[in-house]
Every structure is written in C-alpha cells, then in structure tokens.
Design a protein around this ligand. Structure first.
Ligand code: SF4
Length: 240
C-alpha cells in the first residue's frame, strides 16, 4: 500500500528557505556586474540632504538638484539659514520641491539644535546602534536614510535597504514574505558580516536593477538562479 507523504504543507505565499548563502550570493553577484562607479563620499549632512532629494525621483534628477543646491548656497549651513522658497527654487529640477524644501530646512535645523553644528562625524565614534538611534530622532529619517548616511558617508557597516535590495532579498529567501522594509534592516544587519555589508548593498542593488527586476526578472541570465527559491515562480517548468 502506498505510503502518503507526510511533508508539511507550506503556507501559500511563504518563502522557501534560501539555498544560496549570503556570502555565496555576494561572491557570485560581485563577479557578475561591473563595479559601480566610485562616487566621492559626501559629508554626512550633505548625504542627509541628498537622500531627501533622492526620494521618488531618478538619480539624474536628484544629482542635478543637489548640484544646484550646492551652487546656489555653497554649504549646508547656508541652506539651513535660507528661506524655504529659495531652497525650493534651487531644487526645482529634482521634483517634489515643495515638499522637499521644507523637509531639508527642518532636518538641518534640527541637527543644529541637537548638535550645535552640522558636523556629524562624531557618529563614527559611536556603536552602530547608537549612531542609528541618533539619526532616527531626526524628522523624516527612517532606517534607510540612517543606513545610507552611516554606510556611504561614514563607512560604518549599516544596512540601507532600498526597494531593489528588499525585493531581491525576499526572492532569495534572505527575509520572509511578511517582513517589512523597515524590519529588514535589522534582520539583514544581523546576518551579513560587517565587512561585507557594503558589497552586499552594491551587488544586490545592481542585481535588482539589471536582472531581478520587479516585473519580469531575467531568471535565465541570473547567476544565483540555481540557489533561488523563487525562480520557479517566474520560469516555466520546461525552462528550468
Ligand atoms: S532566479 Fe530570478 S527571481 Fe531569483 S534572484 Fe535570480 S532573477 Fe531574481
């Protein structure tokens, strides 16, 4: 008499566990893409303003808006003192200037209130969790913005999970399907080795942009396809 399988049923929508490890994914993905062009590091306060300008717009538009802001005011201290209408005019090319100009003014002035200056290099001397908490008290600063400032400007092993990284991590099973983007920061930070955080960020973001796209991921040309539990959702059985 045939014995019925006792394999537990998986809940609909639950992620399979990853078959590719995080270090292996970093290794494979780093080898698959050209390194990102090295962009000079911004000062932490500049990075803070740049992340606000980057929200809901293209890299080209935000880069242009930031450049105009620098040309118009010279320093972030001058931006903090400026009229909102002047900031708005300077960043008009970046989109959503009416919303972003008051946010920029507000956050810079909050840093001045708390710290007495816009020099945020003291964060580098703090334990990572404290540095993050310091930034998170600023208006509009969530885990992603804090992660970008700490990682890109200060070289600390903070995770910055954008939409591409979040999607790729879910598909690869590094985070579960119910994990929010905010929670993903702490979960990933706990499992990615500190010395690999930057490379993790760069390789997953590139993979998300170029291959593991939101709508039609290009699984047939994906270097981590063999270890990806989501591949079967996107590739017909005959192609596997
Ligand atoms: S196999 Fe497909 S879904 Fe999985 S990581 Fe690669 S591109 Fe994304």
């Amino acid at each position: 008499m045939p014995v019925k399988s006792k394999a537990p049923r998986r809940k609909k929508g639950a992620a399979d566990s990853p078959s590719v490890s995080i270090p292996e994914a970093i290794r494979l993905l780093s080898g698959a893409y050209e390194p990102l062009p090295h962009e000079g590091r911004l000062e932490p306060a500049e990075e803070l303003v740049f992340t606000i300008l980057s929200q809901h717009t293209s890299d080209i538009n935000s880069g242009r808006a930031f450049q105009r802001l620098q040309e118009r005011f010279g320093t972030m201290e001058a931006v903090a003192q400026a009229e909102v209408s002047d900031i708005e005019a300077a960043i008009a090319s970046g989109g959503l200037a009416k919303i972003k100009a008051p946010r920029i003014k507000l956050v810079l002035n909050r840093v001045l209130e708390l710290n007495g200056s816009l020099d945020l290099y003291f964060l580098k001397e703090m334990p990572l969790a404290e540095a993050k908490a310091w930034l998170r008290q600023l208006p509009g600063v969530g885990p992603k913005t804090a992660g970008i400032i700490l990682s890109f400007s200060l070289g600390m092993p903070a995770m910055a999970v954008d939409t591409h990284i979040f999607r790729v991590c879910q598909r690869l099973g590094f985070i579960g399907p119910k994990v929010t983007a905010d929670k993903a920061h702490d979960i990933l930070e706990a499992v990615v080795a500190p010395e690999q955080v930057y490379q993790f960020h760069v390789s997953l973001i590139t993979h998300g942009r170029q291959t593991c796209k939101a709508q039609r991921p290009l699984c047939h040309q994906c270097v981590v396809a063999e270890g990806c539990p989501s591949r079967k959702q996107f590739v017909s059985v005959s192609e596997i």
